[in-house]
Write a protein that binds this ligand. Structure first.
Ligand code: B12
Length: 346
């Protein structure tokens, strides 16, 4: 009001000075507001909850207060607004189900896929399908949150959920670090941050313990046979590639551009892996008959020295908390001497 009064009539020298001072204050206030908005935009991009009330106060825009208490941005860049902590959650992938259970949610999980077999309690949950999730089944469960994994959700399913305004959060873990950060983000979304933080801390500790044991150990050239016929393996864009490295291996497909590339036998013969890693199990495992065919490639070092690692696919192929178990399994199989009692490492 005062500044308006000063500007609206011919001002005296003292008043002009005070006008400039007030002008500078307004400018710094606007700048501070812009900085805060930027800072909040950043936090939001990292999947951190954005509290509207705080934003209103910090940016000096009280009219923004109380619009939506919590906003999250998923890996597809989509914003979801949650007015309250979700209590009816549908999972669209086994990895998501494992994260939700690890966060100690139970009755809040109202629907899972047919492949969600861990923990045991997941098997008793209503099923929403698998490769072709049944949108009607999802909607009938009246979820206030649907959580999926990129690549496991068809675009049409996502579009329908969006149309129906069902908050859907999609994660796309490309690294082990992404998995850890997704667990923490989910912790915030479902109101279980302390559990999530504790879980992530213990996962980090176990990862570091593996690193310590393998410090200075010779690296082994290996091939991860994700799918045998046709041969599909993992490239640097996949979290599994990173686990192979952490376990003291060198992925022979490290030059691949795709995260899950098709690979040909000529390249395998040329790169000559010292170890063949076979995921095993009912869901996505290499059956014994296909492993036997690999054993016919007698010129391969892995076959000559019979170095095969069989690992439950559920430990390595899921972007969830058990990835650490997969890492430990693989590291121990590749470098048993580093994990023996006598090795001395803790
Ligand atoms: C690459 C791959 C993966 C990658 C997924 C990549 C990603 N998006 O994150 C990894 C290794 C992580 C994976 C995991 C699993 N997979 Co997989 N996977 C494949 C594989 C070898 C190739 C698919 C591909 O690249 N196709 C080519 C591209 C161009 O087509 P696309 O449609 O875009 O492919 C995508 C989907 O297939 C998707 N995807 C991969 N696995 C699964 C599983 C399900 C249930 C769904 C809905 C989608 C899906 O990821 C692909 C790449 O983005 C196929 C085998 C095959 N022969 O096709 C199995 C396959 C699709 N997977 C399968 C299964 C069962 C799983 C798991 C459930 C196994 C497990 N032990 O837990 C897990 C679930 C992981 C989770 N998040 O919980 C089955 C599906 C069976 C079915 N009836 O639908 C297949 C057919 C293997 C098999 N022979 O049994 N998988």
């Amino acid at each position: 009001m005062r500044i308006f009064f000063i500007l609206s009539r011919r001002a005296t020298g003292g008043e002009r000075q005070e006008g400039r001072r007030i002008g500078r204050r307004i400018l710094s206030f606007v700048l501070l507001g812009a900085l805060c908005a930027l800072w909040y935009g950043n936090a939001e991009a990292k999947g951190e909850p954005m509290k509207r009330r705080q934003q209103g106060i910090l940016t000096g825009m009280p009219f923004m207060a109380n619009v939506a208490p919590r906003t999250f941005v998923d890996d597809l860049g989509r914003k979801i607004y949650l007015a309250k902590t979700p209590t009816r959650i549908v999972s669209l992938a086994p990895s998501v189900t494992e994260i939700l259970f690890a966060l100690q949610l139970r009755e809040e999980i109202v629907g899972v896929t047919q492949f969600c077999d861990f923990p045991e309690a997941a098997q008793a949950k209503p099923k929403i399908g698998a490769s072709f999730p049944n949108v009607e089944a999802i909607v009938a469960l009246q979820p206030d949150l649907v959580v999926g994994q990129q690549g496991f959700v068809r675009a049409d399913v996502l579009a329908t959920l969006e149309q129906l305004k069902i908050p859907t959060f999609i994660m796309d873990a490309k690294t082990v670090e992404d998995i850890l950060s997704h667990i923490q983000t989910m912790g915030r979304i479902v109101g279980r941050s302390p559990v999530a933080n504790e879980l992530v801390a213990s996962m980090r500790q176990r990862i570091n313990a593996v690193k310590e044991r393998l410090n200075g150990a010779p690296k082994l050239r290996l091939l991860y046979v994700l799918n045998s016929e046709p041969l599909i393996t993992v490239g640097p864009g996949s979290f599994i590639h990173q686990v192979l490295q952490l376990a003291g291996g060198v992925n022979i497909a490290a030059a691949s551009v795709l995260p899950y590339p098709r690979y040909n036998m000529e390249a395998v013969l040329k790169e000559d892996p010292e170890v063949l890693v076979f995921p095993i199990g009912d869901a996505e495992g290499i059956p014994e008959s296909e492993q036997a065919r690999w054993r016919q490639w007698t010129s391969l070092s892995a076959v000559k020295h019979q170095r095969y690692v069989k690992i439950p696919s559920v430990l390595l192929d899921r972007q969830g908390p058990r990835i650490v178990e997969g890492l430990e399994w693989l590291a121990r199989s590749l470098h048993p001497q580093r994990f023996s009692e006598k090795s001395g490492a803790s």
